[in-house]
Design a protein around this ligand. Structure first.
Ligand code: SPV
Ligand code: MN
Length: 631
């Protein structure tokens, strides 16, 4: 051990590496954190990746400015016309989360779900180390510290990110709470998350060696490695990579780490009720959190804990990495305002012409030509099948800090979080589930709502689109334990609460026989206000085989109040009819998913069997599709 003047002991080999790799100023910033586990991780990473220089970023504004400017100086971002706006491009094969390249490193002998992509840890680590060896040569490595959840809170998780991408480090600054100070509070504890990322060799500013793309998760070491990719879902460690570590940590500690929005729903009388909501990517999560008249706490990730028998939740993040397609002045006025005013915004993978960004569904005529993630684009371009090439990618995004939002909830940074009144589970479903339905109770909600989500696939992950995909709690892509065990954790969590949040399913995507949507963009406001009234016991319900649905006479005034719109009995019937045949097919599919999976609670099979029996009875009595007036 090498004793230093201030009494902090660090082994001399580690100290030597750090001294050789960092200049005095950066070394001081790093050593001031007095954390042996951190210093070892940094030293090992730098030795392996071999960057030309290292920058340690504290919470100081001048350090953060260095990163922001570095992204532009290195061509990872280019300024746009509006001050503060920049554009970043990911490569053509780097436009979404890469599920195939993402694997858990599982020690031999450990039982892991075969639905989750994994590989043997010893071999996987060797491969990862090989890929990482020398990967930062000639580049500058950035070391940044963040806090997941509010700082100085029981929810806080400290994180260190090492990356050679100024774009990644800049995005993280908009998306997460700075955590250098929080790291000091750790008092040397090794209980923090570690992320090592390299975009690898770049060609025209995008990752070149895509065949060597690897995202590897080591749950034992709370460490994630990510190489040869730039897309934020694969690289911003704090986002989906941290979620995988957090799900594992939460399950050991008795709380929940969820892919959920968090919002305050406000009544005209001034009452505020908090909801969380889990939706697969691109299914209306951000636009629910950003509903006009309500307040946003977060749009993507939430931690839930119990305090004195009540459920409280926080936003893990402090910014939004949102899908930009279909954001326009009419449907998302608040986001539109932000994306068209001065302030810090990173656009990714949109079309740029004359320093102005354009995206799909922005309500504007696209220019004749420009540059997008594929390079030069022009209106007359056709793909291999002769179809016009769209001007931007469907999964193009914007990155903003929530501090700029006028509708940001005042409790967003409260260390004890907000009390949760309701949880909504949604998916993209054109023909099966009603727009809103309450579960009979917590366990019924966990099993038949959260654990039964299906969604027609979208552009947020690489692969075919429009395929109905099972997505447990919309967390399927991020699960770090067998499905059954994760469900049991939810059941246990509710069992410890004196007052459980009510659970609802929602579906914004029902279509008629012509393929037209049956509900309007903002109807979600009515569904959530109905749920709010249920939480306060102010409206009654109609019982169906799958849950409790609204009565027509309660929805009609809500449409008037929330949207100043008429809601006819015909609309009600088309939206809220019980589609027995479709629901039976869904019940079969869900049961099939869990068949043979490890550790699935018996209760799940019992509840699905009971649901099937109720649906069959209704179908036998009243037919395949039953009007809510006939229930
Ligand atoms: C999602 O796809 O759910 C996102 C964006 O929130 S990503 O970072 O890609 O996960
Ligand atoms: Mn998400």
């Amino acid at each position: 051990m090498a004793a230093q003047d201030d009494g902090y002991n660090l082994d001399s080999a580690t100290l030597e590496v750090l001294r050789a790799r960092l200049d005095r100023k950066n070394l001081d910033k790093l050593l001031a954190l007095r954390n042996e586990a951190l210093h070892r991780f940094v030293a090992e990473s730098l030795e392996r990746c071999d960057p030309a220089s290292v920058f340690v970023c504290t919470d100081a504004p001048e350090d953060v400015a260095y990163i922001r400017e570095g992204a532009i100086a290195r061509g990872e971002e280019t300024p746009l016309k509006i001050p503060g706006h920049t554009i970043h491009y990911d490569g053509p094969s780097d436009q979404g989360r890469d599920k195939a390249a993402t694997k858990y490193l599982v020690p031999r002998g450990v039982v892991f779900s075969n639905r989750l992509n994994h590989t043997a840890k010893d071999e996987g680590l060797v491969e990862t180390h090989e890929i990482m060896t020398g990967i930062m040569r000639g580049k500058e490595a950035i070391i940044r510290f963040f806090c997941l959840g509010p700082t100085d809170s029981v929810f806080s998780i400290s994180c260190v990110q090492i990356t050679d991408s100024f774009y990644v480090a800049h995005s993280e600054d908009l998306l997460y709470r700075r955590g250098y100070e929080q790291f000091q509070r750790l008092g040397g504890s090794p209980d923090f998350f570690r992320f090592l990322h390299s975009a690898g060799e770049l060609e025209h500013s995008v990752s070149k060696n895509v065949d060597k793309r690897a995202i590897r998760i080591d749950l034992e070491e709370n460490t994630v490695y990510s190489a040869n990719t730039q897309y934020a879902g694969n690289t911003v460690g704090l986002k989906k990579l941290a979620l995988r570590l957090a799900i594992n940590k939460a399950s050991r500690e008795g709380w929940l780490a969820e892919h959920m929005l968090l919002m305050g729903v406000h009544t005209a009388q001034g009452r505020v009720t908090y909801f969380s909501g889990a939706f697969p990517s691109a299914c209306g999560k951000t636009s629910t959190a950003m509903l006009p008249g309500e307040t946003i706490v977060g749009d993507d990730l939430a931690y839930l804990r119990q305090f004195d028998g009540l459920c409280r939740a926080v936003n893990v993040e402090s910014g939004i990495f949102g899908i930009i397609a279909d954001v326009n002045a009419k449907g998302d006025p608040l986001i539109w305002e932000l994306l068209t005013s001065p302030g810090e915004v990173i656009f990714s993978n949109v079309l740029v012409n004359d320093s102005v960004p354009y995206w799909l569904g922005d309500g504007r005529e696209p220019p004749r030509s420009g540059v997008n993630f594929g390079g030069k684009w022009s209106r007359d371009m056709k793909d291999a099948e002769g179809k016009p090439v769209p001007h931007a990618h469907k999964n193009a995004r914007y990155t903003i800090s929530m501090s700029d939002l006028a509708n940001r909830d005042p409790e967003t940074d409260t260390p004890e979080g907000v009390p949760l009144g309701g949880i909504i589970y949604g998916g993209r479903d054109s023909d099966t589930c009603v727009p809103v339905e309450e579960a009979f109770n917590w366990a019924h909600g966990v099993i038949t709502k959260g654990a039964s989500i299906e969604s027609e696939s979208t552009a947020a992950t690489l692969g075919q689109q429009g395929v109905r995909t099972f997505n447990l709690m919309s967390n399927m892509d991020f699960l770090s334990m067998p499905l059954g065990r994760y469900i049991q954790k939810h059941l246990d969590f509710g069992a410890r609460l004196h007052k459980v949040p009510l659970i609802f399913s929602v579906n914004y995507f029902l279509k008629d026989h012509r393929g037209e949507y049956l509900s309007g963009m903002l109807d979600k406001k009515v569904w959530i206000h109905w749920a709010e009234r249920r939480i306060h016991g102010e409206v009654d319900t109609i019982r169906t085989p799958t849950g409790l649905i609204p009565q027509y006479e309660d929805l009609r005034p809500l449409f008037r109040e929330c949207l100043d719109a008429e809601f006819t009995r015909e609309q009600y019937v088309s939206l809220f009819s019980v589609r027995c045949a479709k629901l039976l097919e869904k019940t079969d599919r869900i049961e099939e998913v869990y068949h043979g999976a490890v550790d699935v609670p018996d209760l799940l099979f019992v509840m699905l069997r009971e649901q099937r029996a109720r649906l069959e009875a209704l179908r036998a009595a009243k037919g395949d599709v039953v009007s809510p007036f006939d229930l």
